[in-house]
Design a protein around this ligand. Sequence first.
Ligand code: DGJ
Length: 727
Amino acid sequence: MSIVFEESTRTFYLEGSGMTYAFFVNKAGFLEHLYWGAPIPREPLFHIRVAGSGYATASRPGRDVIDDPYWSYQLCPPELCFFGLGDYREPTVQVVNPAGDRLCELLYTGHEILPAKPPIPGMPSLSGGETLVVHTADAVTGFAADLYYTVYEDCPALARRILYRNGGGEAISLRRAFSFALPLPGREYDTLCLPGAWGRERRAVRRPLGPGVLAVDSKRTSSSSSMNPFLGILSRGAGEETGEAWGFSLVYSSSFVLKAESTFDGITLITGGVQDFDFSWRLAPGEEFAAPEAVLVYSGEGLGGMSRGYHDAFRQHLIDPRRAWEPRPLVINNWEATYFNFDSDRLLAIADAAAGTGIDTFVLDDGWFGKRNDDTSGLGDWVVNGEKLKGGLGPLIDQIHQKGMKFGLWFEPEMVNEDSDLYRAHPDYAIAAPDRSPCYSRHQFILDLTRKEVRDCIVEAVNRILAAYPIDYVKWDYNRTVTESWSPALPTDRQGEFAHRYALGLYDLCQRIVKANPTVFFEGCAGGGARFDPAMLYYFPQIWTSDDTDGEERTHIQYGTSLVYPLSSMSCHVSVCPNHQTGRITPFATRGAVAALGAFGYELDSTRLTEEERKQIREQTALYRRDQQLILAGDLYRIDDPGRGNFFSEAVVAKDKSRALLVTYRRLNPCNGNPHRLRMRGLDPARRYRIEEMNLTLSGAVLMGVGLVPRYERTDFSALRLHFEAE
Ligand code: DGJ
């Protein structure tokens, strides 16, 4: 792995695991992209450049190494784009100068190669990796942009971000401040995105990229379930394990946008970062704006290679290293068992019935605090509800600990109900626009995290509970999105800063609560999986994937989520049937097998289980503990996409290829159906593997080339777990 600058050609070669990235500084000082793909030798790449045809609407003569009189920014594959000098593509940055013009021409002024990546103050980002910083500036205004590139030797990721600086003498306003620009050659690509809704998070959608601009975005001041901050670009024929894929993922939790522009100049331009709709940012002289990090992954092994690249990058460089590889708590959560209707006795009965089954952590969900008997009141009052928890939280935790289980507690720190002591004392802490009554959502408002005094109040209340009781686990929920993006703390002309300042406030909150309580295990959550993004993974090693725990629906949600996020980051629980979200009935074993492809647990009333279900829980937890190293550290190979047929199959293979777990699920049982020939993936073709459950030993070559035929139960919604051990 290395970053090299070749003086003679002014070319940067960034060589990371499985990829080369190259660009050069042209005669004018513009950063011109050359290549991003499979590793190549360090050779000059100028043969791909051609002279302009003369049609360009605005040329910048004499600015090209090939002395093309028609050279134009519009025709140039850029490392960053700016508007107003003949480039009509999606700009990376737009600035309003003191004179009111919106021009900038960011040209090379120097660079540094750093042995380790500096963190972004106040923002989550990947760690480690050799880093190139290229300095650019506008000679007229002094506006500057530093482009950061980090490569890794252990994953095919490229971390990119831009730091903008006002180097002039007067204040300027940023109207757009994206994190990267990346041109790919040609226009024949498919796009992949992860749209969704509550209960239907991250449903993968692939479609051809046509002319114009495709945007995936959120305007919700959160990354949202409506669209994940990820965009994939795929070569047209790319499949699960073949063809090329380029991934773009933002380490960001607020409103974002990612765009793919197919231009008639033969380039597909990808760009994105902080949502620029409803955005502005004032920069006083000398001030900086740090765009969030984007994690780019190149794969020459289709979607599977891209996903494994992200999983490695996030496990190795994003998720807290103390947690990333640690066996996860095996949780029982009381939410679907009781909703708000519980007292200490009821909770202890659930914990009692779970103790001894292999479940090792009891998580008390919503409703333990304030006057919280339904969702209309109590949020913001982080004081124990003594009517429900007789004797308080202490005795409950003690008794759970005495059963040999850990104790977890639910919070929704960013929220307040109108009917709460906090709101009565500080109504102005809730986000609302002047003179308008705010929108309600689940009867609650969001606290204005842009204000330090509001954050201080939350940190004090949550940390007081965490300091007072021996709490092992916290579930951090977030159940609505921002409607009125306004804060009294910001001047009128700076309200466009609200959404990004909310993200910075959230990160500050996480830093002061999550990082300040290192012994507590934190799980993220957002009304299901509505804030499942890399920035939250930086703080929370696992995130509740969806409120939809139906075995069938989960195959789609987990399939889509796995495109970017590691299995160990997805909280997946077995719940009861008929399923509370869909009314569907699926076998207990199937729910267990599907949930085992994640951070496993239960979301049910353990006092109402049949003996057979209790037996199955004991088996499922034992199996999960046996397989957990695969889930934590293995390579994921998706085999059957549940959106394309009757099956969902995923294999997790140990890095050394000594073991594998295959989960395969058949949705409907057709009468007299054809056998399902399933070809394994990811094994070593030269080794022989014993499949325990089939009492069969075959070579990896046969298992992957010829395949096997799983013997599903003769019923709908049937799943099998098969274990492969190399001899
Ligand atoms: C939404 C979460 O997704 C659920 O798991 C549960 O914690 C509820 N909120 C509680 O209000």
